[in-house]
Design a protein around this ligand. Structure first.
Ligand code: SF4
Ligand code: SF4
Length: 293
């Protein structure tokens, strides 16, 4: 069975991306593998309650390490590093692994054999868990940890492998907010990006910018407009603008205080949002050719 992959994106955090993803996960009726790729600030686990059965380190790229007992303090590595990752303490070199980009240039200029070596450093953790809605892959990047794009790619690959091996038809990805490397890593090659936005000028601006990136990667998008009832005129402008740009509107969600309360109470607010979400879920399924759950 071919696995359809859908990523939920937003131009910025706080637009309702996780609310929507959690509801879609519940609506998929146990037929999806779920991946939270917002590795800098993961929170899909809060309403989905995964029971983790695996917890592995994430290393990213190798970084430089100095064996200070061998260092003769010549300073060549310090002068070579373009990332200010090397400092001196007590006349010997030390690498700040948080800044090291793994280029290995310092290892080439060091005159002492095996004084600087490239090695792995834990940058975060990767978890696999079981939820009432399907298996879930999620991760946590250490504060200041680099390679979040690489971690996103790893999560997607792990989740896809499980979906293929176990016959799941859908891989549902909660993407990172924004347009940086992690978001690009989450959208490349997916079957559909569902973009959550709000009816404000900045929401439209974010949606436009995101659509420029998705179109560059040939990723089709559909839009879910959140909190439409809070700004009816802006919502109408956004509908008109989406129509002009050719963006499919999959659905609209009203602001719902009970939904916010349920999410704060670590529950998926599907009962509060089911009615407006039915149309969106149906449009999403139709767009990717997914059978009803
Ligand atoms: S590997 Fe590159 S970035 Fe890291 S410390 Fe060496 S020169 Fe600097
Ligand atoms: S190049 Fe090697 S020996 Fe020289 S300061 Fe750096 S680590 Fe020490």
């Amino acid at each position: 069975m071919s696995v359809k992959e859908i990523v939920v994106l937003s131009g910025k955090g706080g637009t309702g991306k996780t609310t929507l993803t959690s509801c879609l996960a519940a609506m998929a009726g146990g037929k999806a593998v779920i991946a939270d790729t917002d590795v800098d600030a993961p929170n899909l686990w809060i309403p989905l309650h995964p029971e983790n059965d695996s917890d592995e380190p994430f290393h990213g790229m190798d970084v430089a390490m100095v064996d200070q007992s061998k260092c003769i303090g010549c300073g060549r590595c310090l002068r070579t590093c373009r990332f200010d990752a090397i400092a001196f303490e007590n006349n010997v070199a030390r690498v700040d692994t948080g800044f090291c980009e793994g280029c290995a240039a310092c290892t080439m200029v060091c005159p002492v054999p095996n004084c600087i070596t490239m090695d792995k450093v834990e940058k975060g953790r990767v978890y696999h868990g079981v939820t009432p809605y399907g298996p879930m892959w999620h991760a946590r990047l250490n504060p200041g940890g680099e390679n979040s794009g690489m971690l996103v790619a790893q999560l997607r690959a792990d989740a896809r492998r499980e979906a293929e091996e176990k016959g799941y038809g859908l891989l549902l990805v909660d993407g990172p907010p924004g347009l940086a490397c992690p978001a690009i890593s989450a959208m490349t090659g997916v079957d559909l990006a569902v973009v959550v936005t709000e009816p404000t000028p900045s929401g439209w601006h974010d949606l436009k910018r995101l659509s420029e990136v998705t179109s560059r990667f040939k990723v089709p998008i559909g839009v879910v407009i959140n909190k439409t009832d809070l700004a009816p005129e802006q919502a109408q402008r956004m509908r008109d603008a989406c129509r002009e740009e050719g963006f499919a509107i999959f659905g609209e969600l009203p602001f719902n205080r009970r939904a916010a309360e349920e999410l704060a109470d670590r529950r998926i607010p599907l009962d509060q949002l089911r009615e407006p979400l039915e149309a969106a879920w149906s449009a999403i399924r139709e767009r990717v050719g997914l059978e009803e759950a």
